[in-house]
Design a protein around this ligand. Sequence first.
Ligand code: BGC
Length: 466
Amino acid sequence: MSSLDAIKSSFNLTKDQFQAIVNGFKQEYEQGLNTAEAKGLATMIPSYVTRLPTGQEKGTFLALDIGGSTLRVCAVELLGQGQVKVNEVKRSIPMTDPLRTGEIEPFFDWMVDTVDLLLKEYHLDTTTSSLSMGVSWSFPIDQTSVSDGKILRMGKGFDLKGIEGQDLKTLFMEAFQRKNVKVKVTALINDTVGVLVAHAYNDPKARIGFIYGTGTNAAYPEKVSKMVKLNKDHSLYQDDAEMLVNTEIDIFGSDAYLPLNRFDRLLDANHNQPEFQLYEKMMSGAYLGELVRLAALELVKEKYLFDGHIPLEFKDMYSFESSQLSDLESRSADALEVRLQHFASMFTFDTPIHYQPTEKDLTTMTELCRSVATRGAKLAGAALASLIEQQYDLFQDPKEPIVIGINGSTFELYPQMPDRILTSLSDWFGPEITDRIRLEVARDGAGIGGALIAMLYAHDEEDDDL
Ligand code: BGC
């Protein structure tokens, strides 16, 4: 077996491994639903969202969407009949931005300045009353109501001093006061919950909200009666009530059922948060490039790739990005000469070597990218399979579609990603069920979803204020 084949097979996911992951995830759902308190890390987090929009709601609501690489603040005008108009201001936060690892106040002031910018740019009037804002927080929070929750450990390179355990709404309200901006936070949501709600505004049959971008995660509606962790609050809900649950599936998994290969282990050992989010590290957009880089470096060392020369682009951790994988894979239909020329332009070799990449290098790198990304697709498929199985009622009516709203660059931009995920679902469920599964792009889920939940719960918040 060639060195490349050996590496490719270490990224392969067999049916047995797929099954172990689906079973492992299902066990973690049960365990999470039965665990009363979140201590440090939490999964199966109740969102307290029990209402879904009908598609007919109207009005202007704000949403703030903070993710791994971008802050987006939107004014969402709900027009009814599932229609929306969105005005937004976006700012990026590079991986090395000191805001990510500094004090809490400057980070929240920066977010609130962006809200202020949006209000001014789009002439939104807050003179008579504050506007309601939904915050879509793409990190774990231990929620205690729709608008309250304590910040848990953040991933995606964020390490703000003393942030863990802080009340998220309070931090926003204090920053709004410091900056004299008349906005109130009426909902805190995880981005997956936002995706599901936003997709339901379009298609009320939506039953899973999935994010597959820089990070990964999923939300689905669970029966309140099964949510042991809500203990004393059960009396507040009707017997058949359902609540959206933020699974934090990104945190799931351990050696017990995740088939970690040596590159996964190396990536994890080099990470600033080792042993955290093992599943996410195997498959999400933040890591695909790094896995390819680590595997490629092994091949360079064996002189199988680039004739043993390390390109400058491989010297630093995370220097090879998922967008480059996707770029390489998307060119497979181009003429070889064109592909080779483009490939050579991606890598620089130290003088005096001036190594010229060959066709074998191109093929090797493309195959590596395909193996790593295809394993990512299968791992996403395993999460979706477990979420479908968790909702028994989806199997009741063989004519009903199973609608999944998905948001994120890895799903939306990576070549053939939806097909690869669907293939893994088809291998698992067979054609009958797979024909019912609809993987739909839920664009702007976190923004529109945040605004919708802010709208759905704006009045509850007013009552609370009394
Ligand atoms: C976070 C989740 C988030 C997901 C997708 C993960 O890293 O822990 O809270 O939903 O990324 O953005």
